[in-house]
Design a binder for this molecule. Structure first.
Ligand code: ATR
Length: 270
């Protein structure tokens, strides 16, 4: 580090568990860039955003719980961020702060490695912020999109926004989807033996993706694998969304495959 070092960061709360600093700094190192990526636990979001401008921080990743609230403090938004209603990437363009969303694209790049998407009967479980990004991606890839959620009204709202069909949790078994995505936090540490759906949902052959990546092998994914589905963890999505941020900020190619292995290795070690 010296007086020329460019500064990047993730803002969230809590943020101490984030793997983004590990991943982004490793990429800076591999590409010999004079840049550093830190983590800030942010309570006062408005001041934090002023700080990005004031200090000339070049780019910021945004995580829970600030992805939606940050929009009102930014100068510009990409089309995807507008439609999703959430920003995970801020780019400081000479003092103009632009909000973008790479979560949806990261999700699609990861899913594409395991399945065709166009026309596939796809069920999204959950209707929160994370689900909006996933649904945006699936809708833009022309999946045959179905949504289920514990709170029916939220699911119906979301389905309307993305031209999808809402299905009651009680009726999803009849659907027989080929792709099933868990966007809820059910199954995340410490509730590692919980799944948002019954394992009887997995019929025939298909692909199940959990956006949770810690633990790597959630109950949802264990049930899917036992029923003959291909189980895909959230690691790929995490690496792609971060790599896309890196490429946007630096204009350089991100080492996606190396980084996926590194993150898998780190999570396996615990
Ligand atoms: P995020 O931004 O991470 O998506 P969120 O907006 O709080 O977080 O959304 C969480 C999603 O997980 C919601 O769909 C929520 O269902 P409700 O709309 O009924 O609240 C779902 N969820 C969270 N805990 C759940 C649980 N124990 N069982 C079923 N669904 C759950």
């Amino acid at each position: 580090m010296d007086a020329h070092t460019e500064v990047f960061a993730v803002i969230g709360n809590p943020v101490k568990h984030s793997l983004s600093p590990f991943m982004q700094n490793l990429a800076f190192e591999k590409l010999s860039l004079n840049s550093v990526y830190s983590a800030f636990e942010v309570v006062d979001l408005e001041s934090a955003v002023k700080g990005i401008k004031g200090l000339g921080i070049k780019g910021v990743s945004v995580t829970v719980p600030h992805k939606e609230n940050i929009i009102k403090y930014l100068d510009e938004q990409s089309e995807s961020a507008k439609k999703i209603g959430a920003v995970n990437t801020v780019t400081n363009k000479n003092g103009v702060l632009e909000g973008d969303n790479t979560d949806w694209k990261g999700f699609i790049l990861s899913l594409r490695e395991h399945s065709l998407i166009k026309g596939k009967k796809t069920l999204v479980i959950g209707a929160g912020g994370a689900s909006r990004g996933v649904c945006y991606g699936l809708a833009s890839e022309n999946a045959d999109l179905f949504i289920t959620n514990r709170t029916k009204s939220k699911g119906i709202e979301l389905a309307k926004d993305f031209n999808a069909e809402f299905v009651d949790l009680e009726s999803i078994e009849k659907l027989e989807p080929e792709i099933i995505i868990n966007t809820t936090s059910v199954g995340m540490y410490p509730y590692i033996n919980k799944s948002p759906v019954d394992k009887s949902l997995f019929k025939g052959k298909g692909v199940a993706l959990d956006i949770v990546y810690n633990p790597l092998n959630t109950k949802f994914l264990r049930d899917a694998a036992m029923s003959g589905f291909k189980a895909v963890s959230g690691v790929g999505m995490f690496v792609y969304q971060g790599g896309l941020q890196f490429e946007k900020w630096t204009g350089k190619k991100f080492p996606f495959q190396i980084m996926k292995e590194k993150i898998f290795h780190k999570l396996r070690k615990g």
